[in-house]
Design a protein around this ligand. Structure first.
Ligand code: GDP
Ligand code: GDP
Length: 437
């Protein structure tokens, strides 16, 4: 089980996306040359005090078949019930309790999932006081909030986090590597999962009420513990929302956030399409360890240059993933499938590696002597001190005289020097420049 999942539901216009935007911390875009990555607005990572959680705006998922509001809401509620640990139902203080609210509350009530009721647009004290009608929804105490003014959210979140499931600390042990297999439909994710797990596959019952954590499969190989986060495992249950592309993107994003290492699967038979790039871009942006797995290699007509050409194509199409190793496998014939986990181990080590500060500073000093830092109007960048701030991914901070003087290309140069000196294969490496204080 990964991070807790919070889903926002409610009828149109009550302020779901406003509140969603409040809950997810905007992340800073780190890479410029990354095409095709648009942050989907329906999914994000929220942080409050010491808690980190996934947030889904179910209103962002539209179901093609119907415009009928109640039917849309039913699908959205269904999704929230299946996916979330806690549901926030938003209502509107200006309209009061509507029939649609009553209907939605009834659906949510039947499931036994924790629901926190928020009354939005309570922008002033009188409105915050006037929320008693909302008790009639039978969802307990209503929390008056104002999404646009950012009021009341703390009290609401305090209630939300109370319902988070207890973490199974074993799964978060540093010794466990969390792996996900992502890619668009039909690239062979399920087949690869089965090929990797082999007979150790844990059979998960498909009965109603199976919790979502059951799709995370713990297993061990050669003394190493893993958790395989299955992005495909919950399909084929016949839910309408499962066929929407946004839903599958959302699941992939969540699996990525929960992983240490992500296997980005590409169909060798079909080559690379835009959706592959979008998914890989998100894994990169999320700072996960990444391996590119070209599957169905058995079905590709080959000569002695085919692999080289495909590798060149991948490097061209995924420029920002130049650190990711590429494996050519066949889930069908099992060719090279046994090389996947050893590579995952290496990537996981690189992803969590710490470089001693003294070694790092020697390296940076040496690099600046070889190629002096850029200067602007007579002022030259001076790197005073370097330190590794975090792991997963390895993140380095350069303390400098004037961050304005740092160029992307020089940052890249330092990154390359770090990569030459240490094995950071399969992991993004981040460099931040800060003013020396
Ligand atoms: P959604 O359809 O549920 O996602 O609703 P939106 O977040 O798009 O909001 C619908 C409208 O309500 C927008 O015009 C928002 O600016 C407005 N709105 C959202 N939150 C508040 C609030 O706290 N107070 C007021 N007065 N308006 C709000
Ligand atoms: P998913 O949707 O990504 O989980 O893909 P599946 O694992 O369901 O596989 C989709 C189709 O591709 C199925 O018909 C598989 O039999 C086929 N397939 C998967 N892996 C391979 C492979 O390595 N070689 C060949 N030739 N077919 C494969």
């Amino acid at each position: 089980m990964g991070l807790p999942v919070v889903a926002i539901v409610g009828r149109p216009n009550v302020g779901k996306s406003t509140i969603f935007n409040r809950l997810i911390g905007e992340r800073i875009a780190i890479v410029e040359d990354m095409p095709g990555v648009t942050r989907d607005r329906l999914y994000g990572k929220g942080e409050w005090l010491t808690h980190t959680f996934h947030v889904i705006d179910t209103g962002g998922i539209e179901f093609g078949e119907t415009d009928e509001i109640l039917t849309q809401m039913r699908y959205q509620a269904e999704l929230a019930i299946d996916e979330a640990d806690v549901i926030i139902m938003i209502t509107d203080s200006r309209t009061g309790v509507t029939d649609a609210d009553v209907e939605l509350a009834r659906m949510l009530n039947r499931t036994g999932k924790p629901v926190v009721l928020a009354v939005n647009k309570a922008d002033n004290p009188e409105m915050r006081a006037d929320i008693y009608d909302f008790y009639s929804l039978g969802l307990g105490e209503p929390f008056p909030i104002s999404g646009s003014h950012g009021l009341g959210l703390g009290d609401m979140l305090e209630e939300v986090v109370l319902h988070f499931p207890e973490r199974n600390e074993d799964e978060y042990s540093e010794d466990v590597i969390r792996v996900s297999i992502i890619g668009r439909p039909n690239v062979g994710k399920s087949s690869l999962t089965n090929a990797i797990l082999g007979e150790e596959r844990v059979i998960v019952s498909d009965v109603a009420g199976t919790t979502r954590d059951a799709i995370d499969t713990p297993f061990e190989r050669d003394g190493q513990s893993y958790i395989l986060i299955d992005t495909a495992g919950m399909r084929k249950r016949g839910k309408v929302y499962e066929s929407t592309e946004k839903y599958s993107v959302m699941r992939a994003m969540r699996a990525i956030e929960d992983s240490d290492v992500v296997l980005v699967v590409i169909n060798g038979e079909e080559g690379i399409i835009e959706q592959d790039k979008k998914i890989a871009g998100y894994a990169h942006e999320a700072g996960r360890g990444i391996m590119i797995v070209v599957n169905k290699w058995d079905a590709v007509e080959k000569d002695d240059k085919t692999m080289q050409r495909f590798t060149e194509l991948i490097r061209e199409e995924f420029k920002y993933l130049d650190y990711a190793p590429i494996l050519y496998v066949s889930a069908k014939s099992k060719q090279r499938v046994h090389t996947i986990l050893p590579k995952v181990n290496e990537i996981s080590q690189a992803h969590a590696m710490r470089v001693p500060t003294s070694v790092l500073n020697d390296l940076v000093t040496d690099a600046t002597i070889r190629t002096p830092p850029p200067s602007d109007r007579g002022k030259r960048l001076k790197i005073n001190y370097a330190t590794q701030a975090t792991v997963k991914p390895p993140t380095f901070i350069l303390f400098v005289n004037d961050p304005e003087l740092m160029h992307f290309s020089y940052e890249r140069y330092i990154e390359n020097k770090i990569r030459e000196a240490f094995v950071f294969e399969g992991t993004p490496v981040r460099i931040w420049t800060r003013k020396k204080t």
